[in-house]
Design a protein around this ligand. Structure first.
Ligand SMILES: Nc1ncnc2c1ncn2[C@@H]1O[C@H](COP(=O)(O)OP(=O)(O)OP(=O)(O)O)[C@@H](O)[C@H]1O
Ligand SMILES: [Mg+2]
Length: 161
């Protein structure tokens, strides 16, 4: 399902300030398996998840998602793969402050151009699933930390990834 070959990510802040966050990662994950990536703070976990989640592109190496080489895709193609196939929970949630719980859950569908009236019920179901059925109209700053985290979980499931 997921295969990477020599995956590298280098962050260049300036000529003397370069961070080699990933230095040639070979990884294979088969369909249906559960995998945990562990390591100390700053060791590159979010960096590799951003690549696997098609949120960022590697500096070098290849990434195959199924039979697609996503390391060579442009931004539009990458967004399309992300929207259709991937559910991603950000380390810092990344909820949109101006939107309600329900609207935050709907965001990925909005970007896919889906009719939100048709998917309204599905989004309410997901809010219920994470125990937020009575908080649909709250905004992120009106929620507890754990509640915000669960909105992010519901949002990651909305495209049936
Ligand atoms: N945008 C960036 N620009 C420059 N350096 C970065 C950037 N993002 C991350 N880094 C650096 O790359 C390294 C890997 O960061 P990353 O966020 O992948 O770590 P992590 O394993 O997720 O850590 P944590 O457990 O604290 O979340 C860190 O040393 C970090 O300082
Ligand atoms: Mg991290």
């Amino acid at each position: 399902m997921i295969r990477t070959l020599g995956l590298e990510k280098t962050y260049v802040l300036s000529a003397e300030n370069i961070v080699r966050a990933l230095r040639g990662v070979d990884l294979e994950i088969t369909q249906g398996s559960y995998v945990a990536i562990m390591g100390p703070s700053g060791s590159g976990k979010s960096t590799i998840l951003n690549l696997l989640g098609c949120l960022d592109r590697p500096s070098a190496g290849q990434y195959f998602l199924g039979d697609q080489d996503v390391s060579r895709m442009d931004d539009d193609a990458l967004s399309e793969v992300r929207g259709r196939r991937i559910g991603f929970i950000f380390q810092s949630y990344n909820l949109i402050a101006q939107l309600t719980v329900l609207e935050n859950i709907q965001v990925p569908l909005f970007y896919q151009g889906r009719n939100l009236a048709h998917t309204h019920e599905h989004c309410v179901e997901l809010a219920n699933l994470v125990g937020l059925g009575d908080r649909l109209d709250h905004r992120p700053n009106q929620l507890s930390g754990g509640q915000q985290q669960r909105v992010a979980i519901a949002r990651s499931l909305v495209n049936d990834p």
